[in-house]
Design a protein around this ligand. Structure first.
Ligand code: ADP
Ligand code: GN1
Ligand code: MG
Length: 362
């Protein structure tokens, strides 16, 4: 665990006008540390976002920031003529030395973004319209990045969505049982082992590599307060080469069940068909023209796979003694794993209907 940072001192290292006034932790991410900071600009309180990159997870923060610089510049050029263009793309604030990041005394890398006003994120989905808007925005994000000029982006986390390798990590964690928790997770371990055969399906399908977001959970898109439009895709650390279906799958995982990721009442965790339909329609509205027939065929399956994948990652981390994801209570990672596996079951019960829907509109 990093020591408590002096957020004010870090904030002053960025080219932000006015006097630093305050900072507080912000958002509910599992990896980085995010702060909302206020600067006094001639009596006006102006907000900015400041983030400390988790260097245990992101081994090469400079490569990561190079990716984000290239991606945000490309996106800014794409939306340049649109109304409200400055709210449609994250925009980095340079550090005083002209770089896009600042390194503090502990060696941690920080970045700052302009604040997207009049929009917010949600930790749980509330309506099919929100699902439609989120999927359309994530799809548009992929569409705009189909034209990203070479070279290939850095892999900020190699094999991030390589499900078979994630499964191998789980098998190792079960065997090692370093935290002595395997007995407490017996039903979840059995569920995982019984699903091993699905892990290779997407990799075996020979789908095209694209530039993808790779962390398209519902709280990584900001919805406009007034219109509900998915106005800005955020959390760009894992934007790198990947499969389009990794992104669609993570939308199914986080935007078809109205329950939170760590809900303890599993009766609330269910794949709701109208949400799924809205996701498919929203996503295809912006990607229908470039996705291949093969990619479209796996839309429903990708939801099951990515939900299972994140489920086994939570389980692996529970068995490893909570080394990766931030936890806020005893058994937190196991609770998260349980919601994912409940959702996998719910998807399995409706998979045929989901597939039929995709076939009828894709
Ligand atoms: P994490 O890795 O912690 O999830 P995010 O980049 O997703 O970090 O940011 C955490 C939260 O902060 C988001 O859910 C969003 O509500 C808010 N946020 C992030 N960037 C901005 C921004 N540029 N403007 C306004 N709010 C933001
Ligand atoms: C992490 O940083 P955050 O909270 O958006 C994780 C994702 C998981 C997600 C599960 C770099 O995302 O892969 O899907 O938690 N990010 C990383 O909620 O591992
Ligand atoms: Mg986030």
């Amino acid at each position: 665990m990093n020591p408590e940072p002096n957020v004010g001192a870090v904030a002053r290292q960025f080219q932000i006008e006015g006097e630093f006034s305050s900072a507080a932790p912000y958002g509910s991410g599992h990896i980085n540390d995010t702060y909302r900071v206020f600067f006094d600009q001639a009596g006006l309180q102006v907000r900015k976002i400041l983030q400390r990159i988790n260097s245990k997870v992101f081994k090469n923060p400079v490569a990561l920031m190079e990716n984000i610089q290239r991606v945000t510049s490309h996106l800014a050029a794409q939306v340049a003529g649109d109304p409200d263009s400055n709210r449609r793309v994250l925009s980095l604030i340079e550090a005083r030395d002209g770089r896009a990041w600042h390194v503090d005394e502990e060696g941690s890398h920080w970045r700052a973004y302009h604040f997207i006003d009049r929009a917010r994120t949600y930790d749980a989905i509330e309506s099919p319209d929100q699902a439609y808007q989120a999927a359309k925005a994530f799809g548009h994000f992929q569409q705009m990045l189909t034209g990203l000029p070479a070279p290939r982006l850095h892999d900020t986390i190699p094999d991030f969505h390589h499900t078979p390798k994630r499964f191998l990590a789980l098998e190792r964690a079960i065997a090692a049982d370093v935290a002595g928790r395997a007995l407490l997770a017996k039903p979840e371990i059995e569920f995982a082992l019984a699903h091993k055969s699905i892990t290779t399906v997407l990799l075996d399908a020979n789908l095209p590599e694209r530039v993808t977001h790779n962390d398209t959970k519902f709280n990584n898109v900001m919805l406009d307060d007034a219109t509900g439009e998915g106005i800005c895709v955020i959390d760009l650390d894992t934007v790198m080469p990947g499969l389009a279906l990794y992104d669609f799958g993570d939308m199914v995982r986080t935007a078809t069940s109205p329950a939170k990721e760590d809900e303890q009442d599993l009766s609330l965790v269910n794949m709701q068909f109208p949400m799924f339909e809205a996701l498919v329609r929203g996503y295809l509205a912006s990607t229908g023209a470039f996705l291949t027939k093969e990619e479209k065929q796996f839309l429903a399956f990708s939801g099951k796979l990515i939900t299972f994948e994140i489920g086994i990652r939570f389980l692996t981390d529970y068995l490893a003694g909570d080394a990766y994801f931030k936890v806020h209570r005893e058994g937190h990672n196991l609770d998260r794993c349980k919601t994912q596996f409940k959702l996998v079951e719910s998807i399995e019960q409706q998979e045929e209907r989901m597939q039929n829907l995709v076939q009828s509109i894709a």
